[in-house]
Design a protein around this ligand. Structure first.
Ligand code: SAH
Length: 460
């Protein structure tokens, strides 16, 4: 039996769901942070349980052939990229395997069946700089300098870094401008322990198609001083200044981990930037939800649309519709789309986006899918040819699945960000009159352990 701080030598044979390496010694499993499949490492035991222990990689004795030189020197301390040191092809293979394992273990689908219906993962040709949204905490370092960066794993101390490998390159000059402006005008960074200082976070959003940029400061105060020189300097920034369309601040004076305030004010320009996914335009405000990887999101929606196989005659329900991104892609090909979403502001955005694009065949409802759908089914005898769902990580509520089955749509397209709950829900649907036809994993978040899936079910 091992105890804390023991050093053991172990060969890593598997990858855990958080990207950690898994090795076994006489059947006893070790979950080793920062170790990779194929490594032989010296690991320090951090915490022991009856059948397994958590450990940390202390020394790599023999490196795995899947190891690559990470592009970011902070990849270990940051925690944003769990698997940046892994070859990208191997990352994708790992994600495919993770989906398949969950479908076998939790969904009960046979391996040979999955091999026949699973499509290869949709990977990125350029797996860096894919995020259109940057949120940087602002703080003060040991020397009293204002810094922007990221929180060191599980803490709230900020490590200075303005060059994240996942973000659009324009974030760097914008952040550097903000830091030098704060220094010049002696504007204090927020100190969360003392609950003092002004600037808490900087939000930068970029429209990858439109090129438009939004900068929003989250401040511990009701107003931002020096708005005029601040905005004038920003829009004059070389290369990026002319793309800035909106400069805002959002007041957040609470002692909280929630980043954004409840509202925002425009300092310069518009309240929103515009971007598009495929042919559909969206207005994005500082508080709107918008998919962070637009390149892969476009492909994901195209896949969902292909699986939905619409001819123009269908009535389609889009459950967990957010700001209506999937609903509006569907509306291009369907007779009528109904979207359901629990957050009222998202539904307000969805309606506005429908109008912006001139869709008259998309209707949106606020409420929980598991409440809105059964009620509409019982009271209004609603109908669906196709149902699309894109639930949060916990998957669909059983009342929602039950009603979907009762409605007997010809096809169900299930978009998922958690293959474990996906597998559980697919099992239910396949025990209740549906057949799993297709599964396609999507790499929406390269360098992280997350994987999305689009699946198609057909009524038997
Ligand atoms: N389809 C959208 C959003 C998917 S994220 C897109 O691609 O942009 C999942 C969404 O489900 C979130 O917007 C969340 O607010 C919403 N949600 C969470 N629980 C819900 C529930 N019980 N009923 C309806 N919507 C819910």
């Amino acid at each position: 039996m091992y105890k804390k701080n023991d050093i053991v030598t172990v060969t890593i044979t598997d990858i855990g769901s958080e990207g950690e390496g898994i090795g076994r010694i006489d059947g006893y499993a070790l979950f080793v942070k920062d170790a990779m499949v194929g490594d032989e490492v010296e690991a320090r035991i951090l915490k022991t349980k009856k059948n397994y222990a958590f450990a940390r990689c202390e020394k790599i004795i023999n490196p795995s052939t899947y190891r690559v030189e990470p592009v970011c020197k902070f990849h270990r301390s940051c925690g944003g990229c769990q698997i940046q040191a892994m070859d990208y092809q191997k990352q994708c293979a790992f994600k495919e395997q993770k989906v398949k394992n969950n479908l076998m273990r939790i969904g009960g689908f046979p391996e040979a069946f999955l091999d026949a219906i699973m499509e290869p993962i949709a990977y990125m040709d350029e797996p860096f700089h894919y995020r259109n949204k940057a949120l940087f905490p602002i703080g003060t370092d040991k020397n009293g300098e204002v810094v922007a960066g990221f929180y060191a794993g599980r803490t709230h101390s900020i490590i200075a870094n303005t060059q994240c490998a996942l973000l659009a390159p324009e974030t760097k000059p914008i952040l550097e401008y903000i830091l030098s402006f704060m220094k010049k005008y002696s504007i204090q960074a927020y100190d969360e322990v003392q609950h003092k200082g002004l600037v808490r976070h900087v939000l930068i959003r970029s429209g990858f198609t439109s090129g438009e940029i939004m900068v929003c400061l989250v401040i511990n105060g009701k107003s931002f001083p020096y708005v005029k020189p601040f905005a004038e300097g920003l829009i004059k920034l070389q290369d990026v200044g002319s793309r800035i369309k909106s400069i805002c601040f959002s007041t957040n004076m609470k002692k909280t981990n929630v980043i954004m305030g409840d509202s925002f004010q425009v300092i310069w320009g518009d309240e929103y930037i515009t971007d598009q996914i495929g042919d559909v335009k969206f207005q994005i405000s500082p508080l709107s939800f918008f998919q962070v990887n637009p390149v892969q999101t476009k492909r994901l929606y195209e896949q969902a649309l292909e699986y939905a196989n619409l001819t123009g005659e269908e009535t389609v329900w889009d459950l967990y519709c957010g700001i209506g991104t999937i609903s509006l892609s569907l509306a291009q090909k369907a007779k009528q789309v109904y979207g359901v979403e629990v957050i009222p502001q998202a539904i307000a955005d969805a309606k506005q986006n429908a109008e912006l694009n001139g869709f008259t065949n998309a209707e949106f409802m606020v409420g929980k899918a598991e409440e809105v759908l059964p009620k509409a089914y019982k009271e209004d005898a609603i109908y669906a040819d196709v149902i699309v769902v894109d639930p949060p990580r916990k998957g669909c509520d059983e009342r929602c699945l039950e009603t979907m089955v009762s409605m007997q749509p010809k096809r169900i397209v299930y978009v998922s960000c958690d293959s474990a709950t996906l597998a559980r829900d697919l099992k239910y649907l396949c025990e209740n009159g549906y057949k799993l036809e297709k599964v396609r994993p999507f790499d929406l978040f390269p360098m992280t352990v997350h994987v999305e899936c689009v699946t198609l079910l057909q009524k038997i």
